[in-house]
Design a binder for this molecule. Structure first.
Ligand SMILES: *[C@@H]1O[C@H](CO)[C@@H](O)[C@H](O)[C@H]1NC(C)=O
Ligand SMILES: *[C@@H]1O[C@H](CO)[C@@H](O)[C@H](O)[C@H]1NC(C)=O
Ligand SMILES: *[C@@H]1O[C@H](CO)[C@@H](O)[C@H](O)[C@H]1NC(C)=O
Ligand SMILES: *[C@@H]1O[C@H](CO)[C@@H](O)[C@H](O)[C@H]1NC(C)=O
Ligand SMILES: *[C@@H]1O[C@H](CO)[C@@H](O)[C@H](O)[C@H]1NC(C)=O
Ligand SMILES: *[C@@H]1O[C@H](CO)[C@@H](O)[C@H](O)[C@H]1NC(C)=O
Length: 797
């Protein structure tokens, strides 16, 4: 440690003249293994689109020799944010002891880098210690799995961190699912300021500290979390936004945008809903009565639309996208009878030129007159422009034929005749119509090169996918489209945009019907029936997790889900679902919810894909201690549009587009070709306050406040620096024979609900371990069990 601090002094002395430099707009992530915290951190960065380099360093197969590589070829610092996935990057050595994966010299090199360029450091599972003004709350247990509420602290720094992130300090988050965490206490309030607390619980009678902002004596700044995170845990996903905004100072090449776009499939055709006469155990039988949305349903929906908008955060917009099948507007007797079923497997790659002719004729030419179509109520209703304008619109093909094994002629009929119907409704070229994308029936035809070629003939350049289907999802990055290849579809480079199915089903029009189907499918998972309220609660948690990961998937519904008549208390399933999600969402964040029409939603994903092809590099120019400009270079041949978010404002240049809704920070969309582009920050952002003596220097980040620092009743006698693991735990092991005999991974890789249950049970056992096994034997044994539980979720995306 002596070497360590003298190096720092040395660094301090020789950097006194480094006022001006350019620094890369990129994060450095250091980790010792591919664990959940690492995965979730990467998701956090990807959710915004922030580039990073991740390096695995550990004491077995990834030993770092020499110093970290922190400078580019010209000697400029590459990273403006350092993220440590675990406290001291501790890992096991070959002889089974735990020690830091970096040497003192390597640490000193990183410390000096951070200090020289005022780079902030974020650490998960940090080790409390005197340099950060903290110590462990209870020296006899490193951590616990009690469920404790996580509540934002009340001081200037914490307020600023939460405000920038747009996260509510009283968001209902906690160490749910028995999430392992380490209660901490602040020993030096001049260094450490609490950011959030673990609230008291039955086992721990006072509130303890869960995260701190630390300003070290030498001026370096840190945000330390005393818990890991995980991408399955909504609670800890929420925390991503705190460290991202603090760590980047809200300058990042990305955007925090929540899209909220329900899709209604099968509009204009009718649906036979499930019969709930007998018990769901006898299976799914459809009722004889068919349901089709009416003007009354639409009126109810429009009332709801106005109300829900009022509940959403400032800057929000709300619209559903109606995916229409024009056949349903014809008089019932005149509707075309085309076999719509799928007879091939979901991933069937149709040979070019083959396929079924299910239509009565090739190149069908409709001869509908307006008077003829006006026999239909809905046609009349939507012939009125104002009525059309309240929705987004797109094509779902004319008759809803499955396109997986359809001939070119059938595909042409399905696409062209539906466009003819859209023309009859005057939709084409209206701003709410999406002509460049399609939602295919049963998400079919995407492995058919013939279908893709015909889509392109009609100007349709993207289609909607389904994240529950691996064959059409970009499994390496959920923020990007699946791009077809010759192998997947015979035709290359057609983007398939992810969409999320919901537990609101195709043949359900009421809560009773939906619950019936849900229990039919999930009764065995839960070992009991679920109520409609439980279904909605799980659905809002599921949707909220996607939202908090800034995933842009639209949410799938069907026309029967808009039923809103007397049998349904004038509240459609769609309405109930949206209300539940919005109510839950607004407890967490104040970011706007934005509905985008299909073309725009898909373009967002395609733009992001193109941006990745650009491999642009971004730098911040720091002059005399102020960040003044962001410089963007595109070394590739591609043109692309790149989002850059800034904390305040920029000098407005006409060639850029500016986006800022509600409480959002400003995002500048920059079109990048071969030339370097630059954005001038206005006002410039204070970068290294240490060198600026003007009175304008903010005090909020230099003065740690002492409000509400918890006062532990007993001071721990020792301060372990790594999780202590001593004592012979084998004596107590037999108490948990059942635990070790259980196959905790039986859910496989996909079932969210199943894993939730397993994980609850698993952590309950870990809790028992902490309670029953005495210290220090509990250290070994309970941590071993904890590791087993943590893996239940390992592969969840
Ligand atoms: C690492 O950096 C330190 C400080 O700059 C330097 O003294 C040392 O020689 C470097 N180590 C290696 C292996 O290059
Ligand atoms: C080091 O990293 C490798 C690769 O991820 C991993 O298999 C190994 O378990 C790690 N070693 C330690 C001690 O964590
Ligand atoms: C797919 O279409 C071809 C016609 O080209 C037909 O012969 C074949 O039976 C169809 N496959 C299935 C599984 O229906
Ligand atoms: C439209 O065409 C169908 C046959 O394709 C014919 O039976 C019908 O009479 C025609 N309707 C009008 C209005 O011309
Ligand atoms: C347009 O909608 C309103 C109610 O939203 C309805 O009263 C009116 O009849 C509709 N227009 C037509 C032409 O159906
Ligand atoms: C997924 O996205 C990557 C870009 O990161 C792209 O190169 C790849 O082709 C995509 N994968 C699929 C299966 O589309």
């Amino acid at each position: 440690m002596k070497i360590f601090s003298s190096l720092l002094t040395f660094a301090l002395l020789c950097i006194a003249s480094v006022y001006s430099y350019t620094i890369g707009l990129k994060a450095l992530v250091l980790h010792t293994q591919e664990d959940e915290t690492f995965q979730n951190t990467i998701y956090g960065l990807e959710s915004y689109g922030i580039p990073f380099d991740a390096f695995i360093i550990n004491n077995t197969d990834h030993i770092l020799t020499g110093n970290l590589s922190l400078y580019d070829e010209e000697g400029n610092p590459k990273y403006y944010l350092v993220i440590l996935i675990s406290g001291k990057l501790s890992s096991e050595t070959a002889d089974k002891t735990f020690t830091s994966s970096l040497s003192d010299e390597q640490w000193a090199y990183l410390d000096a880098y951070e200090q020289t360029f005022n780079v902030r450091r974020v650490t998960f599972s940090d080790t409390p210690e005197s340099i950060t003004g903290t110590s462990i709350y209870d020296a006899s247990t490193w951590g616990n799995t009690y469920i404790q509420k996580i509540v934002g602290a009340d001081n200037e720094i914490a307020n600023e961190i939460y405000k920038r992130a747009g996260i509510k300090k009283d968001a209902p988050i906690a160490t749910n699912n028995n999430f392992y965490h380490t209660p901490v206490t602040i020993t030096n309030p001049d260094i450490a300021t609490p950011v959030f607390y673990f609230e008291a619980c039955e086992k721990i009678k006072e509130r303890t500290v869960g995260a701190i902002y630390a300003k070290l004596e030498d001026g370096r700044e840190r945000l330390s979390f005393f818990l890991p995170t995980a991408s399955w845990s909504l609670d800890t996903i929420v925390l991503n936004h705190l460290w991202i905004h603090w760590g980047t100072r809200s300058i990042y090449n990305g955007i925090r945008r929540v899209t909220f776009s329900p899709h209604i499939d099968d509009v204009f055709i009718s649906t036979n809903c499930v019969s709930t006469e007998s018990s769901y155990e006898s299976g799914i039988t459809l009722g004889s009565e068919s349901f089709r949305i009416s003007k009354a349903d639409l009126d109810d929906y429009l009332k709801f639309k106005d109300e829900i908008l009022k509940k959403m955060p400032a800057g929000s917009s709300f619209n559903v996208d109606l995916a229409i099948n024009g056949n349903g507007l014809l008089p019932v007797g005149d509707q075309l009878q085309v076999d719509g079923n799928r007879y091939v497997t979901l991933d069937y790659v149709k040979p070019m030129g083959e396929g079924m002719n299910n239509w009565p004729v090739e190149h069908y030419v409709p001869n509908w007159t307006d008077e003829y179509l006006a026999q239909d109520d809905l046609f009349q209703y939507f012939k009125n422009k104002e009525n059309r304008s309240k929705f987004f619109w797109c094509s779902h093909t004319f008759t809803h034929e499955n396109l997986d094994n359809a001939s070119r002629s059938d595909v042409d009929n399905e696409i062209r005749v539906n466009i003819e119907m859209a023309k009859k409704l005057d939709l084409i070229n209206e701003e709410w119509w999406s002509g460049r994308s399609i939602i295919t029936p049963q998400i079919s035809g995407l492995h058919s090169g013939d279908a893709l070629e015909i889509f392109r003939e009609y100007g349709i350049v993207s289609a909607t996918g389904d994240i529950s289907r691996a064959d059409i999802t970009n499994n390496s990055n959920p923020y990007l489209p699946f791009i077809t290849t010759k192998g997947s579809s015979h035709v290359e480079n057609f983007p398939i945009i992810p969409r999320s199915p919901t537990e609101i089903y195709f043949y359900a029009s009421t809560p009773e019907e939906d619950t019936y189907i849900y229990n039919y499918m999930y009764h065995s998972y839960f070992g009991s029936d679920s109520t409609w309220e439980q279904i909605l609660q799980r659905e809002s948690t599921r949707a909220l997790r996607l939202i908090m990961l800034l995933r842009h998937e639209a949410h799938q519904f069907h026309q029967a889900n808009m039923r809103s008549d007397d049998s349904n208390e004038h509240q459609s399933l769609l309405q109930r679902w949206v209300e539940a999600v919005v109510n839950e969402y607004t407890k967490y964040a104040d970011w706007p919810l934005v509905s985008l029409k299909l073309d725009d939603l898909n373009q967002l994903s395609i733009d992001r894909y193109n941006a990745e092809q650009c491999h642009a590099s971004y730098k911040i120019l720091v002059k005399d201690g102020y960040a003044t400009e962001i410089l963007i270079n595109n070394p590739s041949e591609h043109d692309c549009v790149l989002p850059i978010t800034v904390p305040d404002d920029v000098v407005r240049q006409s060639e850029y587009k500016f986006e800022q809704l509600g409480n959002d920070p400003l995002t500048v969309w920059v079109k990048v070709g071969a030339n370097e582009e630059s954005i001038t920050l206005s006002p410039p952002l204070k970068w290294n306050p240490a060198f600026i003596s003007s009175p304008a220097t903010s005090t909020t980040t230099t003065k740690a406040t002492t409000t509400a620092a918890p006062q532990p009743t007993t001071q721990p006698a020792t301060q372990p620096t790594t999780p202590p693991a001593t004592g012979d735990s084998t004596v107590y092991r037999h108490w948990f024979d059942d635990f070790f005999a259980t196959d905790w991974y039986s859910c496989g890789n996909v079932e969210y609900e199943c894993k939730q249950l397993k994980s609850d049970q698993c952590y309950a056992e870990v809790n028992q371990c902490w309670i029953k096994v005495p210290w220090p034997e509990s250290g070994d044994l309970c941590n071993e069990m904890n590791v087993i539980c943590a893996k239940i979720w390992t592969y969840v995306k």
